[in-house]
Design a protein around this ligand. Structure first.
Ligand code: G4F
Length: 350
């Protein structure tokens, strides 16, 4: 830091990326504000407990006036827009709400910066996503999707994110605003919500191992995703915002693995070779359209920003299962037989 304390405003502070980024920015000496929704948000207490240094401002990305107030009150040097309905399956059930929050919410954030007269001061990060690439086979490059690949979203979530991506780029081009778009492939970890498949699996594996649960119900197991560690990706996001030019960057590992692969790796951590007896099919977890195969090429972020991931797939699965074993033991009053080396260090790496 240059001696002047920088200020950041994070929307989506209750989510995985908001949480990781708040920790990272706090460690770097930032003053951190978080936008929190609703009068009685049950997750407010979690943020106050886990991230006590975050100054909470009430507001909602669907409420433009509340955004203007939050931006004026915090005067951020950097604004990170993570607020979204981020569950792809949920977006099929609530497509209109998804467009309001995940799509139009981006426009509201951009306008709040502009109307507050902070277009030249505030840098903005827009959380774009690999879901925008979607699933057309002919478009899958052999080395993975890049910043130049065509988009073909396959869900209301993906379509809403694509609107957010283009309106962010439009404000960059039209008004010269410093708006960065990160095209992040799936990123997981101990702070991931249990509604997403990786954490649903690692939590279930821990509970099955401890005799707290017999099976886990999942949707289709063949889709492939490019799974990285959220702490690494949030560090990449911060690096994008420190670059001298606003730009688009892919963050990915470059390797696609199926949900079956993830199950094999997770169950292996508790000594189970054949996971099939523990997994049942739940049609409610399937989607009206599926994305078959997503993997990205992060060469640009590596070359331009010097970004590297530190946690590989095996390391990711190990730390998630170890964390969930620990957490389930604590929640259920069971003794911990884990040796110290099984406990991963603090998840955020700066
Ligand atoms: O874990 P998922 O829900 O993640 P998905 O759909 O890839 O989206 C995540 O990553 C995106 C980046 O590409 C983000 F933009 C997005 O916000 C989110 O973070 O599902 C992964 C795969 C899908 O193919 C899904 O059909 O797992 C399959 N799946 C199978 N059974 C399941 C389940 N997904 C969930 N959530 N729950 C299941 O029981």
């Amino acid at each position: 830091m240059d001696g002047v304390r920088r200020t950041a405003l994070i929307t989506g502070i209750t989510g995985q990326d908001g949480s990781h980024l708040a920790s990272l920015l706090h460690d770097k000496g930032y003053r951190v504000f978080g936008l929190i929704r609703g009068q009685h948000n049950p997750r407010r207490a979690d943020v106050e407990r886990d991230l006590p240094f975050v100054e909470l401002l009430e507001g909602d990305v669907t409420d433009p006036a509340s955004l203007v107030r939050a931006v004026e009150d915090s005067q951020p040097d950097e604004l990170y827009n993570f607020a979204a309905i981020s569950h792809v399956g949920y977006s099929f059930k609530h497509p209109t709400l998804t467009m309001e929050v995940t799509g139009k919410g981006v426009l509201n954030v951009l306008e709040a910066i502009r109307l507050s007269g902070l277009s030249t001061k505030t840098r903005m990060y827009q959380a774009s996503t690999s879901e925008m690439f979607g699933g057309v086979d002919y478009a899958v490059p052999t080395t993975g999707y890049t910043e130049e690949s065509p988009f073909h979203p396959r869900s209301p979530y993906g379509v809403a994110k694509l609107y957010g991506h283009w309106i962010a780029k439009n404000y960059r081009e039209s008004y010269g605003m410093f708006v960065v778009c990160g095209l992040l492939f799936n990123h997981e970890g101990e702070r991931r919500g249990t509604e997403f498949v990786t954490r649903k699996i690692t939590r279930a594996v821990a509970r099955i191992s401890l005799g707290l649960q017999d099976t886990v119900s999942l949707g289709v197991l063949w889709p492939k995703r490019d799974w990285g560690y959220a702490g690494d990706y949030v560090r990449g996001i911060w690096m994008m915002m420190q670059h001298d030019q606003p730009d688009d960057f892919v963050l990915a590992t470059g390797t696609a693995r199926s949900i079956e692969d993830f199950l094999t790796a997770a169950f292996a951590r508790i000594g189970v070779e054949d996971w099939r007896p523990y997994v049942s099919f739940d049609p409610a977890q399937t989607r009206a359209a599926e994305v078959d195969n997503l993997f990205g090429d992060s060469s640009k972020a590596q070359e331009v920003l010097g970004w590297r991931r530190e946690v590989d797939f095996d390391g990711l699965v190990t730390r998630m299962v170890a964390h969930d074993l620990d957490q389930q033991r604590t929640l259920n009053g069971l003794a911990s037989p884990l040796p110290p080396e099984a406990h991963p260090p603090h998840p955020v790496q700066t």
